[in-house]
Design a protein around this ligand. Structure first.
Ligand SMILES: [Cu+2]
Length: 203
């Protein structure tokens, strides 16, 4: 009995350190992951089947995004960039007014903004326009084809490295979080069991 008391006390600091280690890891990993803003909604929403071209693309985020070189790019079914412009940032929203209507077709909207914690975030969603805009001028179909090569060459190099690099890091944090939390819970349970065993042994 007398010998057992110092034993369990000697083990205590080590157990506490073990218990705190995952907690610290979780705090380190979780802080940036939780601080990330994310896209709450878009107008048009993902998968929208629109009768006619939208007049604007509006993105709503979970917090005020930073007005640091935000980009909205609209890519058609042939992966040609139809439009790449700077949306207007206002609090939690980024809005891009479309000066010209989108012709009928399937589009991917790609966006990139800087989250309120300073990290770039990005994503894509799909929309479909079912009808051409009600203009009789045949020049309308020609104008996107003229514009797209010029826009595309400037768009491709700048976007691809960021598109590959950024999400991997962000998703890695989020994916590891449950693992750290699980480890923390297991260790805390282990400490509680060890302390109880020590206490019951003392009596
Ligand atoms: Cu972040």
């Amino acid at each position: 009995m007398i010998l057992e008391l110092p034993h369990s006390l000697r083990r205590l600091p080590a157990l506490l350190a073990l218990a705190l280690l995952p907690v610290l890891l979780v705090m380190g990993a979780a802080a940036p992951a939780f601080a990330h803003d994310h896209l709450v909604s878009s107008d048009p929403e993902d998968g929208a089947q629109l009768e006619a071209s939208p007049e604007a693309i509006t993105l709503t985020f979970s917090a005020d995004v930073m007005d640091v070189s935000p980009v909205v790019r609209i890519v058609d079914a042939q992966e040609q960039t139809v439009l790449e412009e700077t949306p207007t940032i206002d609090g939690t929203t980024a809005t891009l007014a479309l000066d010209e209507p989108l012709p009928a077709g399937d589009y991917t909207v790609q966006w990139r903004v800087v989250s309120s914690d300073g990290h770039p975030i990005e994503g894509t969603f799909a929309i479909a326009v079912q009808n051409d805009a009600a203009t009789e001028e045949p020049t309308e179909s020609a104008s996107p084809a003229e514009e797209s090569p010029a826009v595309e060459t400037t768009a491709a190099p700048s976007s691809e490295p960021a598109a590959e690099a950024a999400p991997e890091v962000e998703e890695g944090n989020d994916a590891l979080l449950p693992v750290f939390l699980g480890l923390g819970v297991i260790v805390v349970i282990g400490v509680v069991i060890a302390l109880r065993a020590g206490r019951s042994g003392r009596r």
